[in-house]
Design a protein around this ligand. Structure first.
Ligand SMILES: Nc1ncnc2c1ncn2[C@@H]1O[C@H](COP(=O)(O)OP(=O)(O)O)[C@@H](O)[C@H]1O
Ligand SMILES: [Mg+2]
Length: 259
């Protein structure tokens, strides 16, 4: 079976504090969405930081698509290989229109080379298609700064999609969203993986949202204190005594926004 991501014995230290302790994780190529949950401070964001080159692990291996060692690559090189990441807070350009934001994102590499801000007609078609997918096509000419919080999050996801990711890393994409926006985002996740070859790795603390996605058969990984504590179907991890124990004192894992 093809392996998309192979994380082996990853250790990240912040001045001696081990944010990741011998973390092992395998995502197969046929998997479309992997959900990553765990109490606050478990190391979820640090894992994304390590995968995308923002922090340098002390030891361990990260192999992408069976052979590319991501740990040897710069942030830029990792993104060029198709590992694309969204941070927790939206970072769109507020004074540019939705469409301009998309052009800036889709042409990022080319702009660096040519300093040209013009999009080809191919880019136009692709941008329109992606905006349609995230429900923002009718807002294409509005200032990004005027969008709602949820719409900004979708715009940012759209800006990542035009970069044609192979592995899309999303860190708490529904934080601060309304219930209706969360519903739309859950449907968007499914539509992304149905329409492209992209695999999504998604950190989320909103358990209702996690359950909604996991119900479709996607695997859940539970992290705790820098390691993987449990893995499997949502039913399996939610009934795992170790998981329940890890969440005690912070509310039960079944109790909604518990992590
Ligand atoms: N840059 C940093 N410097 C020092 N400690 C950090 C840094 N980033 C994260 N940590 C610590 O590492 C642990 C894991 O953090 P994080 O990965 O953000 O957890 P999560 O995303 O699961 O809530 C926490 O204890 C956090 O305080
Ligand atoms: Mg985090």
């Amino acid at each position: 079976m093809d392996t998309l991501l192979y994380v082996d014995g990853l250790v990240v230290s912040f001045d001696g504090f081990l944010a990741l302790r011998n973390l092992n994780l395998i995502v197969d190529s046929h998997e479309r969405i992997r959900l990553l949950i765990g109490p606050n401070g478990a190391g979820k964001t640090t894992l994304f930081d390590a995968l995308t080159g923002q922090v340098k692990p002390v030891t361990g291996r990260v192999l992408f698509q069976d052979h590319i060692n991501l740990l040897g690559l710069s942030e830029h090189a990792i993104a060029n290989r198709g590992v694309i990441r969204k941070f927790q807070t939206p970072s769109v350009f507020p004074d540019h229109t939705v469409f301009e934001n998309m052009v800036l994102s889709s042409g990022r590499k080319r702009f660096l080379a040519t300093l040209s801000a013009r999009a080809s007609s191919l880019d136009h078609d692709r941008i329109a298609e992606v905006l349609d997918q995230v429900g923002l096509r009718q807002h294409a000419n509005e200032r990004a700064g005027s969008l709602s919080h949820g719409q900004k999050q979708w715009l940012e996801i759209a800006m990542l999609l035009v970069q044609a990711p192979t592995l899309l890393l999303l860190d708490e994409p529904v934080a601060g969203m309304t219930r209706a926006e969360k519903e739309k985002t859950a449907a968007l996740m499914e539509s992304i993986v149905e329409r492209s070859a992209c695999t999504i790795m998604l950190i989320e603390h909103d358990m209702e949202f996690v359950r909604k996605i996991a119900r479709r058969g996607h695997q859940v990984t539970v992290m705790h204190e820098g390691s993987v504590l449990s893995e499997g179907s949502i039913d399996r991890v939610q009934s795992d005594e170790r998981v329940i124990e890890a969440y005690l004192g912070r509310g039960r894992v079944t109790a909604g926004a518990a992590c």
